[in-house]
Design a protein around this ligand. Structure first.
Ligand code: PLP
Length: 393
């Protein structure tokens, strides 16, 4: 009796693991949670104050579908000053989380049967969102030696006449890899040549440790014309539960995305939008401090991982994850269908640490840990990972 759509999607694994951790905690089990990509910082005070003030001022009635004008003006300014991207406020649509910006876009751009290219390993929801709009996700196999990054040459091999869009996540969840300007140009020129959209998910753009971050839409006017820039407040400003994101696109596409959103949610919660406004306008220092904390954690996590024998990993340049190679345990670890799933299940069961199997990102020989938690938590968790791995080998 239910839609066939449900036959092809799998519930989000990261959300599933988080729910399991919550259940275990409710039963009094002390679990270390390195599964979730959720900053452990509180919402910055000034941002909170803006949300509270909006409620006290009774700004609670229906408002503009693409989002509050003052918020879109602030986003437009941010995109210009920080990312060198020119987007007018009427080219921005504020959404309930970046997830919604992604889904709105997929609905606005794809038709059933269109192919959407994803770079493996890819964030869990891209493939499922693509299927939900009846388009077809196509995973691009990338090379570990190149930190699983896409190249123009590789992209060429996957383009067919049905290809409508490439989703490029930079910095990448789960690897933390960051593309240089030259690497982006190489990819974008192929998209221009074949006239395919680039959905640039730049939600981790503020959390960038070494390289200068380059936005796709800043590369040239031509590239901007085929790009949908996606960003959000969850990762950079610790506003996960506030559910706030946005898309920035050429005007005509923004109008269409807005038309879709008008029927789905109208606009995101106004108090949430005021919190986002406050975060952009008044909380740059708080955000910088959080990024600095992630940088220190990245250094600590990788220093500890370096001491674990037989585990390789991709050195993260951005975001707050490490993608760890568990291939070396493969021959000695008994598993049924998925190495990474069974590895994570057993690790959770025996050592009470939650991490995410690589299969959720399309690559089974890896697991992902998040260091958006406290130092104490990840150091203890890595001690346990060390024991678990050495116990298998
Ligand atoms: N894009 C990527 C790459 C993510 O990792 C996430 C969240 O984990 C999102 C989008 C969704 O962000 P939001 O919480 O703003 O919907």
């Amino acid at each position: 009796m239910l839609s066939k759509r449900l036959d092809v999607i799998t519930p989000s694994r990261t959300v599933g693991i988080s729910s399991k951790v919550k259940e275990m905690k409710a039963q009094g089990i002390d679990v270390l949670n390195l599964s979730v990509g959720e900053p452990d910082f509180n919402v910055p005070e000034k941002a909170k104050e803006c949300g509270i003030k909006s409620l006290n001022d009774n700004i609670t009635k229906y408002d503009l579908v693409p989002g509050l004008t003052i918020l879109r003006e602030e986003i437009s300014k941010k995109l210009l000053e920080e990312n060198n991207c020119h987007y007018a406020p009427d080219e921005i649509v504020v959404t309930s989380g970046a997830k919604m910006a992604l889904t709105n876009t997929l609905m606005a751009v794809t038709d059933p049967g269109d192919e959407v290219l994803l770079v493996k390993p890819y964030w869990v929801s891209y493939s499922e969102m693509t299927k939900l709009v009846n388009a077809v996700p196509v995973g691009i196999e990338t090379d570990k030696a190149n930190d699983f990054k896409l190249t123009g040459e590789l992209l060429e091999k996957y383009i067919t006449e049905k290809t409508k869009m490439l989703i490029l996540n930079n910095p990448c969840n789960p690897t933390g890899a960051i593309y240089t300007k030259e690497e982006l140009l190489d990819i974008c020129n192929v998209c221009l040549k074949h006239n395919i959209y680039i959905l640039a998910d730049e939600i981790y753009e503020r959390i960038c440790f070494n390289d200068e971050f380059v936005s796709v839409a800043s590369l040239s006017d031509e590239i901007r014309d085929i790009t949908i820039t996606i960003n959000g407040f969850a990762k950079s400003a610790a506003l996960t539960g506030t559910r706030l994101g946005y898309s920035a696109t050429p005007r005509e596409l923004a109008k269409n995305i807005s038309a879709i959103q008008g029927h789905l949610v109208s606009h995101p919660c106004l108090a949430a939008q005021y919190i986002g406004y406050g975060a952009l306008k008044y909380c740059k220092d708080d955000i910088d401090n959080m990024v600095e904390a992630y940088r220190k954690r990245r250094d600590l996590v990788t220093a500890r991982l370096d001491k674990i024998e037989n585990l390789d990993y991709i050195y993260p340049q951005g975001a707050f994850y490490v993608f760890i190679d568990i291939l070396k345990v493969k021959d000695k670890f008994e598993y049924k269908e998925s190495l990474s799933s069974d590895f994570c299940d057993k690790f959770l069961e025996e050592y009470k640490v939650a991490i995410v199997p690589g299969i959720a990102f399309g690559i089974d020989e890896y697991v992902r840990i998040s260091f958006a938690c406290s130092e104490e938590t990840f150091i203890e968790a890595l001690d346990r990972l060390d024991k678990f791995v050495q116990g298998i080998l």
